[in-house]
Design a protein around this ligand. Structure first.
Ligand code: FAD
Ligand code: SF4
Length: 465
């Protein structure tokens, strides 16, 4: 007789074995198959007052799509998700569900929450495999809108505007669209050809044109787009791609990378593939400084490229800003964590290459303005970690190119564009903004929410014109 199922527990998701995956770039999480998705969907209580929806920044009708999954109507489920999200296969993989929809799911009170993210991923993957594509809008408004940047903010804004009938062109500085989804998050978490590109293709199918290799502020300015090229409104979704450094001695040595450069070389330039000729340093022992998703991604990439990897983070495990799942995966794969540890100096060989890093032990004091306990150095606690490469993953800020070249576009002291959260309106008429360019480095789903708000703001502005 089949054992009674414990409904307080999630249906476990299959993953590649840690020992095997540590040496390849294939996706770590294998997702649910049909049978597993149906079983997990049964756990949803279809709450009348569904808390999960309030936890989702784009308010996906979660109980409604899960109900369709329960009934095996996967295309219907995909249609429900598509009303709120243009990138479900991406979000199902990288959203911090544990602190959003799943964090408030009532199932979580007496057990594990419903695996909403894995169900979203299942529906998105199923619909892609079965050729379900969004319909292009019939009505055209005859008005041109420019979107700067093709990350989640730009793609969402462009897709929503195209659905409303606007003629939308995305201008992207890099040679591939997708923003961080393409150049930052590694293949083993978010496959490019299999997941990111098809979702971008769906945005194109709505009628959006994507022009790559166009750096706004260099190739053409926002003022020129509006005054000479006939764009009646502009949405700036240019992200926060400028890396921060610590300013410690030795940071200019050969073998010190920003996580952005390291990840871009691997993801966008495909340095991890033997058939590509853009090089990446083959380091033997790598120290990654930082504790966010970016640090985990850089560390796990370096591991897969053959290095022994050490993460150095100045606060404790509790304060690690990376998703719990990423930390768990990094540990499983054999990455060493040096917590309550802060770099003081990077040591170099006579030839200018990195040979190690001097660190200090830290302890936690009173909470700082971020609400987290402030790390304080323990005097006389210096020690060395040998390394031939150091990757700095300390956060990023928006590149000032656009604000420096656009008259009347105000930025705050963190160089973020000042914009109204509810509609993306900036201090310059006809220019809207959202995503990391406004908030500083945040998350995919918050960028999508801002893209959606920007599209609504632009529609209201152009409708009233
Ligand atoms: P971006 O994705 O940065 O896109 C901006 C685009 O604008 C880029 O393509 C850029 O080339 C282009 N651009 C910039 N300037 C110009 C210009 N002058 N002209 C034309 N184009 C320009 N979030 C999560 O939710 N979950 C995760 O697991 C996660 N992991 C992450 C891992 C890494 C390594 C990084 C770097 C970030 C991660 N994030 C994660 C954060 C998330 O990816 C970002 O918050 C999100 O991508 C921001 O979206 P955006 O559209 O505002 O900007
Ligand atoms: Fe289902 Fe949880 Fe949402 Fe309730 S809160 S509808 S159980 S996913």
């Amino acid at each position: 007789m089949e054992a009674k199922r414990d409904m307080t527990k999630k249906v476990p998701v299959r993953e590649q074995d840690p020992k095997v995956r540590a040496a390849n770039f294939d996706e770590v999480c294998l997702g649910y198959n049909e049978e597993e998705a149906l079983a997990e969907a049964q756990r949803c209580l279809n709450c009348k007052n569904a808390k999960c929806v309030t936890g989702c920044p784009v308010s996906i009708d979660i109980p409604a799509f899960i109900q369709q999954v329960k009934e095996g109507k996967f295309e219907e489920a995909a249609k429900i998700i598509a009303r709120s999200s243009a990138l479900p296969a991406v979000c199902g993989r990288v959203c911090p569900q544990e602190s959003q929809c799943e964090g408030v799911c009532v199932r979580g009170v007496k057990g594990e929450p419903v695996s909403i993210g894995k169900l979203e991923r299942f529906v998105a993957d199923w619909s892609r495999a079965h050729g379900f594509v969004p319909e292009a809008p019939a009505e055209k408004k005859g008005k041109k809108v420019a979107v700067i940047g093709s990350g989640p903010a730009g793609l969402t804004c462009a897709g929503d505007l195209a659905k409303m009938g606007y003629e939308v062109t995305i201008f992207e500085a890099l040679h591939e669209p997708g923003g961080v989804l393409t150049y930052g998050i590694p293949e083993f978490r978010l496959p490019k050809d299999g997941v990111v590109q098809p979702e971008i293709e769906n945005v194109r199918r709505l009628g959006v044109t994507i022009e790559t290799n166009v750096v706004i502020g260099k190739s053409v300015t926002i003022d020129e787009l509006m005054e000479q090229e006939g764009f009646e409104a502009v949405f700036v979704g240019s992200g926060a791609g400028l890396p921060r450094f610590m300013g410690i001695p030795g940071e200019n040595a050969n073998g010190v990378f920003s996580a952005n450069e390291y990840l871009t070389r691997s993801n966008l330039m495909k340095a991890f593939r033997e058939d590509h000729d853009t090089p990446i340093m083959e380091a033997k022992k790598v120290v990654v400084v930082g504790g966010g998703n970016v640090a985990m991604d850089a560390a796990r990439t370096a591991l897969r490229l053959g290095a022994e990897v050490h993460i150095v983070y100045r606060r404790s495990e509790k304060e690690l800003p990376a998703r719990a799942e990423e930390v768990h995966h990094a540990k499983e794969e054999g990455i060493a964590f040096h917590l309550l540890t802060n770099p003081a100096e990077i040591l170099t060989e006579e030839n200018g290459w990195v040979r190690g890093i001097v660190c200090r032990r830290m302890e936690l004091g009173e909470p700082d303005e971020s609400g987290r306990r402030r790390p304080i150095e323990v005097p006389g606690s210096e020690f060395e970690i040998e390394a031939d490469a150091v990757i700095m993953a300390l956060g990023t800020s928006p590149n000032p190119l656009i604000s420096n070249t656009t008259k009347g576009l105000e930025v705050n002291r963190r160089r973020c564009i000042v914009a109204d959260e509810s509609n993306g309106k900036t201090t310059k008429e006809g220019v809207f903004a959202g995503g990391d360019a406004v908030t500083g480095a945040a998350t995919v789903i918050l960028a999508m929410e801002a893209g959606r708000a920007g599209a609504k703001g632009i529609d209201a502005y152009l409708s009233a014109k």
